[in-house]
Design a protein around this ligand. Structure first.
Ligand SMILES: Nc1ncnc2c1ncn2[C@@H]1O[C@H](COP(=O)(O)OP(=O)(O)OP(=O)(O)O)[C@@H](O)[C@H]1O
Ligand SMILES: [Mg+2]
Length: 385
């Protein structure tokens, strides 16, 4: 009974032979001989002569199948392969003398091939997961942008009403100093709220393309000058920004806002001091690199890298970094709008942001801004601040 089941599973002996022949043929075709040899053949002299044929399986009707007939006969003895004889002709040329050693070798070789393939499979699986996560993140940021944009827009309308009516009130209250003071407070609060909703709009509906061609290196250098008093003596500032870094279609003042936001975050991440580096370079993103980062397009970019040696971020923080109002700072110390503004501006410029950070290992923000071609930049001239 068990035997019958076994037979059903493996088929008749010629089928088994065919299976092994196919296996061997596959191994040979893929350079398997070498693999078999490397897989550790038994010591010379201990193994009997082994004949292997990749031919020899005979169809039930007595005719040798096309694939098997006349295929090479391989001889294995000791540590070497003596190949090259032809398989015997004839209908019943089943010649399959396979010692248990060889079977073990085949399995070993296959396992070795599988072992070689596993890291690649693992890596590909990891890459796919990372891509899916990035895609999800991009979709989340898109929906969040729509939501915050809608809210900010409504708030703007309401604030326009608040400001308009407080102007009217001020005019009517010329003689009432106390009432005027209250209305001025209302106006100040409305101004603060307007600035906030403008920041939210920058995140959600980026429209930040500047008219001119802004030289990134110049803006980075001049912003670097402003940074000294902001970051303090304990942080060493290094600015590597020199031509020929290209030009981008971003308003200089907004580019400056991006750099300031990143630099201030870096400062906050290094309360005990450290190193802050701003670096610009021209880079070219090819199709393969772009494909590994959803939202990135191939092309020529100016890369602005902001690197710090601060506390770094864990995965949880990295996952929410650019969301409006996400902050890990104490109440009153951060609104959580800095990076959402950066994100909105960079998207508006058609750019891309990548973040690399580990807890305790510092952070690097890389901002890719589409480069304006030289001819176009000359025609357009420098962008004014
Ligand atoms: N360079 C950095 N190193 C470590 N953590 C950072 C860095 N940059 C940003 N973060 C983390 O990301 C969070 C969000 O940053 P974001 O600039 O949006 O807001 P914020 O700095 O908290 O507040 P705001 O910028 O509005 O004052 C920060 O609270 C901090 O946890
Ligand atoms: Mg910030």
């Amino acid at each position: 009974m068990a035997r019958a089941t076994e037979r059903r599973r493996w088929g008749t002996p010629p089928r088994l032979a065919g299976l092994l022949a196919g296996l061997l043929a596959g191994l040979l075709a893929a350079g398997g001989l070498e693999t078999l040899r490397l897989a550790g053949l038994p010591p010379v002299g201990t193994d009997p002569l082994v004949l292997l044929t990749v031919a020899g399986c005979t169809a039930a009707g007595g005719r040798a199948s096309g694939a098997s007939c006349g295929a090479p006969l391989l001889l294995y003895r000791g540590a070497g392969w003596l190949g090259g004889a032809a398989a015997p002709d004839g209908p019943t040329a089943l010649l399959l003398v396979v010692s248990s050693t060889v079977l073990v070798l085949i399995v070993g070789a296959l396992r070795e091939r599988a072992d070689l393939a596993m890291p690649r499979l693992d890596r590909e699986r990891g890459e796919r997961r990372a891509l899916e996560a990035q895609l999800l993140q991009a979709q989340k940021m898109g929906s969040l942008g729509q939501l915050t944009g809608g809210i900010a827009h409504e708030f703007n309308n309401l604030l326009t009403t608040v400001r308009g009516h407080s102007e009217l009130l001020l005019a009517d209250l010329a003689d009432d100093a106390r009432a005027r003071e209250s209305v001025l407070q209302i106006q100040a609060a409305a101004d603060g709220a307007t600035a906030l909703s403008r920041q939210l709009l920058a995140f959600s509906r980026p429209d930040s393309l500047g008219p001119g061609a802004t030289p990134v290196a110049d803006v980075v250098r001049s912003t670097g000058q402003m940074l000294w008093p902001l970051i303090g003596d304990a942080i060493r500032l290094e600015v590597h920004a020199s031509p020929p870094t290209g030009r981008v279609r971003a308003m200089p003042i907004q580019l400056q806002q991006v750099i300031l936001n990143l630099a201030i975050n870096a400062r906050d991440a290094m309360p005990d001091g450290g190193r802050l580096e701003l670096r610009t370079s021209d880079v070219e993103i090819d199709a393969a690199t772009a494909a590994s980062a959803p939202g990135m397009r191939p092309g020529r970019y100016v890369l602005l890298a902001v690197r710090d040696t601060g506390c770094g971020m864990d995965e949880e923080v990295r996952a929410h970094l650019f969301e409006p109002f996400f902050t890990t700072k104490a109440p009153g110390r951060g609104t959580g709008l800095g990076l959402s503004t950066v994100y909105g501006l960079v998207k508006g410029w058609g750019g891309y942001i990548a973040v690399e950070s580990e807890p305790g290992g510092g952070s690097t923000f890389r901002i890719y801004l589409p480069r304006i071609e030289e001819a176009a930049a000359l025609a357009e001239g420098p962008g004014g601040a």
